[in-house]
Design a protein around this ligand. Structure first.
Ligand code: FE2
Length: 198
């Protein structure tokens, strides 16, 4: 099954002023497109053709670095566009909020840990809210890695590659992370993934 670039679920200028149209044009049309194009080339002859994207990510990890990097980033970005929405952030749906409080201490503590994971990821990567062994956990991963290859299910991820924030925030990664958490996260989509993971 060939990889395909999904359309953005909102207009390029819909996430302003927190994420600009220029960032989304480059990030979606150039960076995500490149993962799709290169991933398709590397998928050919890999022996993983015909597998689902999740299977390609898990099975190429540690074995086929080129394919893994592109397939992992394709998976991460498909979700990243859906993890944001115009007028996002704000209240977390009840069931998910309850689990955050019981597994991570409080919503404030979760926010603090999530932002710290993103700021503390040295170089390119992602910070995550994931489910592992039935419990919520905050993680960070380098490059195209994600919780799937660490035995966990991703519920929310923030892209901390410079291509995601440098146009709008320059080197101020923590400011970008705050804006993502407070104004962009689509908590309904996170709650939907949480429901499916339970
Ligand atoms: Fe990205």
């Amino acid at each position: 099954m060939a990889f395909e670039l999904p359309a953005l679920p909102y207009a390029y200028d819909a996430l302003g002023p927190y994420m600009s149209a220029e960032t989304l044009e480059y990030h979606h049309d150039k960076h995500h497109q490149a993962y799709v194009t290169n991933g398709n080339k590397l998928l050919e002859g890999s022996g993983l053709e015909g597998k689902s994207l999740e299977e390609v990510v898990k099975e190429s990890y540690g074995k086929n670095a080129g394919l893994f990097n592109n397939a992992g980033q394709h998976y991460n970005h498909i979700h990243f566009w859906k993890w944001m929405k115009p007028n996002g952030g704000g209240a977390i749906p009840g069931e998910l909020e309850k689990a955050i409080i019981s597994d991570l201490g409080s919503v404030e503590k979760f926010r603090e840990d999530f932002l710290a994971a993103g700021a503390g990821q040295f170089g390119s990567g992602w910070c995550w809210l994931a489910v592992k062994d039935g419990k919520l956990t905050v993680m960070k991963t380098p490059n195209g890695e994600n919780p799937l290859v660490h035995g966990a299910t991703p519920l929310l991820g923030c892209d901390v590659w410079e291509h995601s924030y440098y146009i709008d925030y320059r080197n101020a990664r923590p400011k970008y992370l705050e804006a993502f958490f407070d104004h962009l996260v689509n908590w309904e989509y996170v709650a939907e993934l949480f429901g499916a993971a339970k």
